[in-house]
Design a protein around this ligand. Sequence first.
Ligand code: SF4
Length: 313
Amino acid sequence: MELDPHHPLYTANDYFKEVFGEKIIKITLDGGFTCPNRDGKLSNKGCIFCSTEGSGEQTKRSLPLEEQFESMKEKMAPKWGYGKYMAYFQPFTNTYASLPMLEAMFTRVAEFKDVCALSIATRPDCLEKEKIEFLGALNKKLPVFVELGLQTSNENTAEYINRCYPNSVYAKAVEELKKENINIVTHIILGLPGEDIKDMEKSVNFAVESGTDGLKLQLLHILKNTALGHIYQKEKFPLFDIESYTDTIVALAERIPQNIVIHRITGDAYKPCIIEPRWSLDKRRVLNMISKKFLERNTFQGRILKEKETEYE
Ligand code: SF4
């Protein structure tokens, strides 16, 4: 699609409209998974930014998936109405279970009425060959998106945040998922301690060069009941303010190829859990400021790459 300062990003909505012909409503589901970085297999500490709920503060883990789906659908209806849905397995590591269990769960949800796509958030080290093959087979029935939590390509930061896998594992998982034509969305956190814009740009480039189809650019949130929250409360470290964050999004986007779908440019933490940055709670203001900066700077996603291409023609 043609991007310009008035429509500066190739968004998930743009992509879904191209593929499905309409807006897709995302329904978050909790499959009751845990995480090898929490249950002791790799570590029992978890990534330092991750809450004990594994981003599942708003899901209803104890309910059967059918009930979760129906109740989320009703909750979303006042804002989005009814339509086609993407079932999004978000909390914890959604391929960290036996293959038969995953087959039973994902196949069942894929058959829920009006579900037209599945999105599965996971760690790249929890995608064994047979699981990828199963996801590939499912992807022939309906589009399957796999969301990988890379967070950073800086191995020192990765160690600091206790990610517990090296970059090579991410690159290999992307390679294998691509063989099955699975759509890959990579989650990158902006503003991790000690990182500057160069680190963030390197993380984005690493994901793009590895073959990701989409990016979720997530502002670092310091959450209550997390290791990072405790570190921050003991000794504050610099965080983005709204000006520098919105500048960073524009600067990164200018260097992201135009075929990469941008699924997120802010943060979506559960309000009662956020310690900082509180300004991020006004999401509308953040998004408006980003749109304004694209316009003022007469720029858009991939502009710098396009200019380089033209130079060499
Ligand atoms: S962020 Fe993901 S990988 Fe890290 S501890 Fe939380 S659920 Fe596990």
